[in-house]
Design a binder for this molecule. Structure first.
Ligand SMILES: Cc1cc2nc3c(=O)[nH]c(=O)nc-3n(C[C@H](O)[C@H](O)[C@H](O)COP(=O)(O)OP(=O)(O)OC[C@H]3O[C@@H](n4cnc5c(N)ncnc54)[C@H](O)[C@@H]3O)c2cc1C
Length: 522
């Protein structure tokens, strides 16, 4: 399926007179999930994003599919049913996220270190409860491990003063590609999906003040369109308030943002497939050390912030994260060893902030709220987390059907929907291509991890291009032909779209990304 800007914009133009059932604004975790669910329910959908797919929060997460050990602890301590329910939902969603795109998501073992026997019993009970809540969908059972075992499975862990630990399982995933894959699955089911297209304004009915049309501007093609819609869903994440006010200037802001920074080091600093959960930093946070391909990811922070696009990391955030890494790693890293950094902004609902301590964003329930503005009928999905993106989509569409369309709720079909349904490439032909062209093992690994069932399409496309099978940088797995493939079939509009999100290199290794920029003409 060709999936490029020009083609989709033409499709939207052709459809502009008839219009759409639903326009979804924002193509991060929330918006892409809603687009797929709505298309599978049979609605005519348009999904737009003013930037690239997942270019804001959804590509800057810690990349964990998790119920939240910390949230469970809070739920039990405060007997908070809402928080417990959120953990329950997220734990059950882990299985769907992995099963629906297995090359993009997998179980991850995490260790919680213990410094007293009391800790070990406390966390053992906590993790046992975590497993029990997940029930049949549990990934793998948690277990208690001694210092001797720890030295074997985490050779770089500094075990000084430790009394063993608890090993438990959550999931790890490729957030940016997951969002793109959900968006493409929606497109395969008939949705018109386009990036770099901004919602500029809403046209309201002069009588009822309900939304009638959307004004869209494609920032790459420099074109504007007015399109009739039956409903608009605001899935703009941390940017949702300006859109709520576009629909109804009387609405008050509901969101605050908190920033979360990550640093990335080379894998040689943490040679293990197992991650570490540091359950309590001196200031009461949780920090993760997570193996991530040939690297290790350390994060995250959680501080109130002002809303901005792609916020840079602060020097003190690097120092803070490095300090925690060095406390737990026998192999010490310095600031010069940091190969990549990224910062995300969490959309947090203000009412939940005031229920928690006003300045303490760490203690907020990371749940979502669906709001329908009674005047304009704008539906906004606020807050939430990546792990529950599918439930958020379902709740949003159920609400839209009952409150805006006034129809009986249709069935959500996404729980067991493989995101690559309809992608077909004969594995025998792929094997032939590999042996005929002597494709290296590192390129094969890269093709599998990035494209999964689409890897055959990528390889045959590269073979058809002049120099398409040439490595961009010698001994790195990326092929020259992939650039053209990503433009044509994954709507990449710049080299940054590719380096930041299609491959994710810039987040892990800015030096390598710069090397690629020197040799690739986009
Ligand atoms: C540091 C950090 C770590 C996290 N780690 C995890 C984790 O490990 N696991 C987990 O489950 N969750 C995690 N989360 C939470 C999760 O990442 C977010 O909840 C989720 O990505 C939010 O997705 P979203 O689609 O709502 O927002 P976004 O991804 O921000 O998407 C909103 C989109 O709307 C677009 N937009 C805005 N205005 C307009 C307009 N006018 N027209 C068109 N488009 C517009 C933006 O360009 C943007 O792409 C983390 C969050 C942060 C910040």
């Amino acid at each position: 399926m060709v999936f490029n800007q020009f083609q989709v914009w033409e499709d939207i133009k052709r459809n502009a007179e008839i219009g759409y059932d639903i326009c979804i604004v924002g193509a991060g975790a929330s918006g892409t999930g809603i687009a797929l669910d709505a298309s599978l329910r049979g609605y005519k959908v348009i999904l737009i994003d003013k930037g690239d797919f997942a270019s804001q929060t959804s590509s800057k997460s810690t990349k964990l599919i998790h119920g939240g050990v910390r949230y469970l602890e809070q739920a039990v301590k405060t007997l908070d049913w809402q928080q417990f329910h959120m953990v329950y939902k997220a734990l059950h969603e882990r299985r769907s996220m992995i099963d629906n795109a297995p090359h993009l998501a997998h179980p991850l073992a995490l260790l919680t270190p213990c410094y007293s026997w009391f800790d070990r019993i406390y966390y053992r009970i906590g993790m046992w409860l975590y497993d029990q809540i997940a029930g049949k969908t549990n990934l793998l059972p948690s277990k208690s491990v001694s210092n001797e075992q720890l030295k074997k499975i985490l050779p770089h862990l500094n075990v000084d003063g430790m009394k063993g630990g608890i090993l438990y399982y959550d999931g790890q995933f490729n957030d940016a590609r997951y969002a793109l894959s959900v968006a493409k699955a929606a497109a395969r089911n008939g949705a018109h999906v386009i990036n770099y297209t901004e919602l500029k304004d809403l046209v309201l009915s002069p009588k009822s003040l309900k939304i009638k049309k959307v004004i869209l501007q494609n920032n790459q093609l420099g074109k504007t369109l007015e399109v009739p819609v039956k409903a608009v869903i605001n899935a703009a994440g941390p940017f949702a308030d300006p859109i709520r006010k576009m629909a109804n200037p009387k609405l008050h802001n509901r969101l605050k943002v908190s920033r979360g920074a990550h640093i990335v080091l080379h894998k040689s600093f943490w040679e293990s497939e197992k991650a570490l959960l540091i359950p309590k930093t001196d200031d009461g946070r949780v920090v993760f050390v997570i193996p991530w391909r040939d690297y290790v990811l350390v994060g995250t922070t959680d501080e109130p912030d002002k809303l901005k696009e792609s916020p840079p990391i602060l020097e003190e955030e690097k120092v803070y994260l490095l300090d925690y890494f060095n406390r737990f790693s026998a192999k010490k890293a310095s600031l010069e060893d940091i190969s990549g950094v990224f910062v995300g902004q969490r959309p947090l609902i203000e009412a939940q902030i005031s229920e928690a301590m006003p300045q303490d964003t760490k203690s907020i329930v990371r749940d979502h709220v669906v709001e329908v503005d009674s005047r304009s009928k704008l539906v906004s999905i606020l807050g939430g987390k990546w792990t529950t993106y599918r439930v958020m989509a379902k709740d949003t569409l159920d609400m839209l059907e009952s409150e805006v369309f006034s129809v009986y709720q249709t069935r959500c079909k996404t729980q067991h929907y493989n995101l690559f349904t309809g992608v077909d490439f004969d594995p025998k032909i792929f094997d032939e291509l590999v042996s005929k062209n002597s494709i290296s093992s590192h390129t094969l690994k890269h093709l599998q991890e990035i494209y999964g069932p689409e890897k055959g399409l990528v390889l045959s496309f590269c073979e058809s291009q002049k120099d398409g099978l040439k490595e961009i940088i010698p001994n790195q797995p990326y092929l020259l032909g992939e650039i053209e493939y990503l433009k044509t079939f994954e709507m990449a509009n710049s080299l940054d779209d590719i380096l930041d999100r299609r491959w994710g290199i810039s987040l892990r290794d800015t030096h390598l990304a710069n090397e690629i920029k020197k040799v690739v003409q986009f």
